[in-house]
Design a protein. Structure first.
Length: 358
């Protein structure tokens, strides 16, 4: 399908490369345009790039009532050659369809998703933020638009891609660790539910827990499984810990954990990182005992927005605090962060096909 272009007049568009003054932050800024495509009469149609702006949508649009809405998050980086490169976008396109299957949204051909995103970035090149560590954050999403109030899959949808010139999600980056609240009161997902998808409702369901975390002075919640025995993940990143021999352990992917592309990449990069990376079921009791005995020396989260975020302490609902190692950001995490981000920025070579020029 050919993409139609309805661009802003040149006089209203950015004319030189974006050189932000203060820190750009995460997800605050928008570019001039967005990509749109509709689903009607059983097929995706009308792919177009138009000025970024509000949608016209019926008050009865089904996404507003029953939550049929999914999204992805990916990043593009500028390399030293001045070109923009996406990172493993094909994995995002694949996962978008996986999320779509979980909430009964029609799939979009992966090649079409990649074409849409590349075409939009191509139009918005001048929006790439020239700032250390910054990127173009890519947010594709699909939402139900049919005006109907019975509960069944919508027959109409819109696929949109928007871009946000961004920095890291946690302002502290890899320099300062964050604290997580280990909660037994809130759960993110149950088996048979939507936990393995990027369904919007999963994030709505995490807000109450996020508020509780803030009351404990924690940045986010570390979710357990529904029986409060196993460690699952954090609201916007997978969890990991590192043993004293340097082995990185990520909880096994189940249908209650999002299959993080960052986690998968770290597993595939174990040789480059010079350490073992494996997945296993992580029991909370053992995790606590291993931190207390010094068997676990570092911990953190992996995610596109979060990158590699060190966790230096946990707090429980009885206010007990569990400090990881010496409470400082450890050397293994610093190395993982450096190698991973250098690879995304093209400073060192990664596996074939991971970074692709726009
Ligand atoms: N877990 C959840 C719930 C997320 O929202 C995200 C972010 O996308 C992740 C994990 C990390 O996944 P990825 O590395 O693919 O961004
Ligand atoms: C991402 O890491 O891209 C995400 O989608 C997480 C988001 C909830 C900030």
């Amino acid at each position: 399908m050919d993409i139609k272009y309805n661009l802003k007049p040149a006089s209203e568009r950015r004319t030189e490369q974006f050189t932000p003054e203060g820190n750009v932050g995460f997800g605050k800024l928008r570019t001039d345009h967005m990509f749109l495509m509709d689903y009607r009469d059983g097929q995706w149609c009308d792919p177009r790039i138009v000025p970024y702006g509000p949608f016209e949508m019926a008050p009865g649009a089904m996404s507003l009532h029953y939550g049929q809405s999914i999204f992805e998050g990916a990043k593009a980086f500028m390399h030293d050659d001045g070109e923009i490169y996406t990172f493993r976008l094909n994995k995002n396109a694949e996962r978008m369809n996986n999320s779509a299957n979980i909430v009964c949204i029609p799939n979009i051909d992966e090649a079409m998703q990649l074409k849409a995103i590349n075409a939009l970035i191509d139009v918005e090149r001048l929006w790439f933020p020239m700032q250390e560590g910054a990127c173009l954050y890519i947010r594709p999403f699909i939402f139900a638009t049919e005006d109907r109030l019975s509960v069944s899959p919508s027959q109409q949808y819109t696929f949109c891609v928007m871009l946000s010139p961004s920095g890291a999600y946690y302002a502290a980056g890899v320099n300062d660790g964050i604290r997580l609240l280990i909660t037994t009161k809130f759960h993110r997902a149950v088996s048979g539910g939507t936990g393995a998808s990027k369904a919007a409702g999963n994030y709505a369901a995490s807000l109450r827990a996020g508020k509780a975390a803030a009351e404990y002075g924690a940045a986010q919640v570390l979710y357990l499984d529904a029986t409060n025995q196993q460690i699952e993940e954090v609201g916007a990143m997978n969890h990991f810990h590192i043993l004293k021999d340097g082995t990185v352990i990520i909880p096994k992917f189940t249908d209650t954990i999002l299959k993080s592309i960052t986690s998968q990449s770290i597993m595939d990069m174990s040789e480059m990182l010079g350490c073992q990376v494996r997945q296993e079921t992580v029991m909370l009791d053992k995790f606590i005992a291993d931190i207390e005995s010094g068997e676990i020396i570092e911990a953190g989260g992996f995610g596109t927005a979060a990158v590699v975020s060190p966790v230096t302490s946990y707090i429980f609902e009885d206010n007990r605090i569990l400090t990881v190692g010496d409470g400082k950001v450890g050397k293994h995490i610093k190395k993982i962060y450096q190698v991973f981000t250098d690879m995304q920025k093209g400073k060192i070579a990664g596996p074939d096909g991971w970074v692709k020029r726009v």
